[in-house]
Design a binder for this molecule. Structure first.
Ligand code: ATP
Length: 454
């Protein structure tokens, strides 16, 4: 999470390098044109606060989440996974503090009737929509949780909430996991999944939506080790974005000021990305102390602690929480990867995505639709498909097909031409250098594997 009380930092626009607002429009346009992200329910005029991920976007989003899971769960022996329910009873949210505290300050402009988050206004006295001054109502706390009812009968006992973060799933399952996984602190529970917040001002494309995906880790540690693990996760999470291709010029760690910190947190820093409108949060890393386990222990009446048989110590572990947004990260990866180049007087648009994130790793392109090229290309595709997501495209001139693959970030294209029938070789073309290599079909899979380096 998410301290229920934390406020969004004001975007810092006085930063270097300069924010590029044209880039934002290019990305939104590319997403629509190439089936990455669509506005939700567009045939009914759209639904502002939600988006649908098309064929390319669904794969990209899956790759972002897989890259996180790989780094946080697969590559570590001290982290286990969880997939908890989205619907939860009020008791969970009462204990976590969300029912009382998970709110943003809402103000209405009495002149143009628009609504704003008071803590996000550049000038707290001027409406950013109509420009009028002194037209805001008193701020009131607006709870961001979506409430609904379970079952057909309304009333007490039927009230449920859509989770506004995945984190509480880890706290309420702490005892289950401790008893079944044989893990002991320091250890973590990781989860990826949908969260829902009734945001007052959704916007900036998928940066802030009412339905979004999170990737969160709750790392439980002996109290004396909390600071060292906080520092570890800060550095680790920053590096994750760098390793996946976000340039350090567009990434920073921003420690929260004392007045931003929730009362139980002894340290929180955000990993921020330089979005076209300024710096914005990608992920929060918080030292949450023992707040969450103690709250759930006192509300549930269950013991949520760790007993170390070797030392005889009994303690409530402290929690370090790196909490990231998958959909927000996807947007940052797209923005960071986008580039335009002029090649032979032609504009080439490239998504220089890290191969691990690229929706398709390989595209198989027969030079012509004529047989027997199609059959041979089908054979090549069948060799590659068990290993990677592959695209297959046999329409238009080959140069245009390369450009289409560049635009969605496919690292390698495999072209099957008429000579391939005789020499059983294909051309492998590189997205970034555009270099072409002739490779025997017999060793193609090994060749591609070494080039992709996943
Ligand atoms: P913000 O200040 O931007 O509202 P937050 O500090 O409330 O975010 P957290 O509760 O720390 O965010 O959630 C962890 C991560 O989940 C955020 O860093 C962000 O990447 C993602 N996230 C939070 N709210 C949204 C949203 N409405 N839309 C998309 N992603 C979100």
């Amino acid at each position: 999470m998410t301290s229920p009380t934390s406020a969004e930092p004001a975007p810092d626009t006085d930063c270097e390098p300069a924010a590029d607002s044209a880039l934002f429009d290019k990305i939104v346009n590319l997403c629509k044109r190439r089936g990455i992200v669509f506005g939700s329910a567009e045939i009914y005029g759209g639904f502002r606060s939600a988006y649908d991920y098309g064929p390319i976007g669904a794969q990209l989003l899956r790759n972002v989440k897989d890259a996180w899971w790989r780094s946080m769960v697969q590559m570590r022996s001290d982290v286990v996974g969880l997939d908890a329910s989205i619907l939860g009873p009020p008791q969970v949210w009462e204990a976590s503090g969300h029912l009382t505290n998970f709110s943003d300050p809402l103000v209405d402009c009495t002149s143009c009737k628009t609504r704003h988050r008071e803590d996000q206004l550049d000038d707290p006295d001027q409406c950013p929509n109509c420009g009028e001054r002194g037209t805001f109502t008193e701020a009131r706390a607006f709870n961001l949780m979506f409430r609904t009812q379970a079952g057909p009968v309304e009333g007490a006992g039927a009230e449920v909430y859509l989770r506004p973060e995945t984190a509480q799933g880890m706290f309420v399952n702490f005892k289950n996991i401790l008893e079944t996984s044989r893990k002991r602190p320091p250890f973590g529970i990781a989860q990826v999944g949908k969260s829902f917040r009734n945001e007052i001002t959704p916007g900036n494309f998928v940066f802030r939506t009412r339905e979004f995906e999170q990737m969160e880790l709750e790392f439980f540690v002996p109290p004396a080790e909390a600071q060292q693990w906080y520092e570890f996760w800060l550095a680790d999470r920053y590096q994750w974005y760098v390793d996946l291709g976000i340039p350090a010029t567009h990434l920073r760690l921003r420690p929260h000021d004392a007045d931003e910190l929730s009362h139980y947190s002894s340290g929180t820093s955000d990993v921020e990305f330089l979005f076209p409108w300024g710096w914005g949060e990608l992920e929060g890393v918080a030292n949450r102390g023992d707040y969450d386990l103690r709250q759930h222990a006192s509300h549930s009446g269950q013991k949520l602690e760790y007993f170390d048989q070797a030392s005889g110590d009994r303690y409530v572990p402290h929690v370090i929480e790196p909490a990231a947004g998958a959909t927000r990260a996807l947007m940052a990866f797209l923005l960071a990867a986008y580039r335009e180049e002029t090649v032979n007087d032609d504009l080439r648009t490239v998504l220089g995505l890290h191969p691990r994130l690229a929706p398709y790793k390989v595209a198989v392109l027969p030079l012509s639709r004529k047989e027997p090229l199609g059959a041979l290309a089908g054979e090549v595709l069948a060799m590659c498909q068990p290993h990677w997501m592959c695209d297959y495209d046999e329409t238009q001139a080959i140069g245009r097909r390369y450009r289409r693959q560049d635009e969605i970030g496919t690292p390698l294209c495999v072209t099957v031409d008429f000579e391939s029938i005789d020499d059983r070789c294909v051309t492998v073309r590189d997205r970034d250098t555009m270099a072409q290599d002739r490779v025997p079909i017999a060793s193609l899979v090994d060749h591609l594997a070494s080039r992709l380096d996943l």
